[in-house]
Design a protein around this ligand. Sequence first.
Ligand SMILES: [Zn+2]
Length: 67
Amino acid sequence: MSSSNFKELSWYIGHDVEVVRYEKAGHVYNIAIECNDCGTVLLSFENPNNGYQEQKEVQNPIAEGVE
Ligand SMILES: [Zn+2]
């Protein structure tokens, strides 16, 4: 994470910021707030279900989201 306080976030005022998702085989494994102007990742979170999904992915990719 590149922005963790008031001053650092202020560097991106006026930039083109976007929320992006990263997915593999239909499973969203990461969501991030990124700046399209300078390519910086401002905030990024892993999906807490990633471990479960990776195990199930091979057998049944349609089970996405099932706890
Ligand atoms: Zn930027």
